[in-house]
Design a protein around this ligand. Structure first.
Ligand SMILES: Nc1ncnc2c1ncn2[C@@H]1O[C@H](COP(=O)(O)OP(=O)(O)OP(=O)(O)O)[C@@H](O)[C@H]1O
Ligand SMILES: C=C(C)CCOP(=O)(O)O
Length: 275
């Protein structure tokens, strides 16, 4: 990643909005506010064929990411890796499992996909490094998530591009439940004070009844009637959960398809703006 944030003069970049984060969670080693990009599992995998990477699409996305400037965190979803195993073991964000084999199957599948994403980014010249959330995150008995961001922040300060993924997470009283990539995006956006958040999915944005992209969503109730789950095996909720979580953020968030990644990283506003 080159040094000039987003390659744009600061006057042309959208203003950063910040959630007030307790000073104890904002660490030393601070870098300028990062961009957070999630690559949806439905984009980087063939979601209907178990454990199949969409190799060409991933390579194109990696090339777009290589052309971006400034601190960047990449998060990716489960696609046909995590969701397939989660579904087989009956594990979701709310249904837990105390079966260590289930935990290993899901997290190992996600590590395999993460290896492929990191390798594609590295091939494109991105300073990508893997980060495995199962080893660092936890949910308490109220399902509240703790995802320490110190290591990610220090990686950014060292010029790396941390690449996290949806995973299993140890959950008090439940064994393990699923931690979606979208939850990771929201948590890191808050703890790192993200400049902008982008979710690349299989659709060009949130679609209305006539399949047109909705340009801006400011309230969940305005669009609840068009928001559904995912068309593929997906234990974490599809579009409705995404919109609900992104509305809770202070950083501007966008949902777009693979064609929107380059423009998003260049500071443009592709797809649907949430909030
Ligand atoms: N109103 C809507 N507009 C657009 N997509 C919608 C809408 N309602 C439901 N969807 C579904 O939501 C899907 C996007 O959610 P999904 O969870 O599959 O995305 P993803 O983040 O790419 O995948 P993953 O969860 O594996 O990372 C779309 O592909 C579509 O099937
Ligand atoms: C199913 C697993 C392990 C990850 C889910 O992450 P998501 O695809 O971002 O919802």
């Amino acid at each position: 990643m080159r040094a000039t944030p987003h390659g744009l003069p600061s006057s042309t970049r959208p203003p950063a909005r910040r959630r007030s984060v307790p000073s104890s969670t904002r660490r030393a080693f601070a870098v300028s506010s990062p961009t957070i990009l999630k690559l949806g599992g439905s984009v980087i995998t063939d979601k209907d064929a178990p454990e199949t990477v969409a190799t060409n699409r991933l390579a194109r996305l990696a090339a777009d990411i290589a052309g971006a400037d400034g601190p960047l965190v990449v998060v990716h979803g489960g696609g046909s890796f995590g969701h397939h195993h989660a579904s087989e073991h009956g594990v979701s964000r709310t249904n837990g499992s105390r079966d260590a084999q289930a935990a290993r199957d899901i997290t190992n599948a996600m590590r395999t996909l993460n290896d492929a994403v990191v390798a594609a980014l590295a091939d494109a010249g991105v300073a990508a490094v893997p980060v495995h959330p199962f080893s660092m995150a936890a949910r308490d008995a109220d399902s509240d998530l703790t995802l320490p961001a110190g290591s990610v922040e220090t990686m950014l300060g060292s010029g790396f591009v941390p690449v996290l993924h949806g995973d299993v997470v140890v959950h008090a009283g439940e064994g393990v439940t699923i931690l979606s990539g979208d939850e990771i995006v929201v948590s890191l956006a808050e703890s790192l004070g993200a400049d902008r958040v982008g979710l690349c999915s299989a659709v060009p944005g949130v679609l209305d009844d006539d399949e047109n992209v909705i340009s801006t969503i400011e309230a969940f109730d305005d669009v609840a009637h068009v928001l559904g789950g995912s068309d593929s095996t997906d234990v974490t909720g599809g579009m409705a959960a995404k919109v609900r979580e992104l509305l809770a953020l202070d950083s501007p968030a966008y949902i777009f398809d693979a064609d929107g990644v380059g423009p998003f990283l260049a500071g443009e506003r592709p797809g649907t703006r949430i909030g």
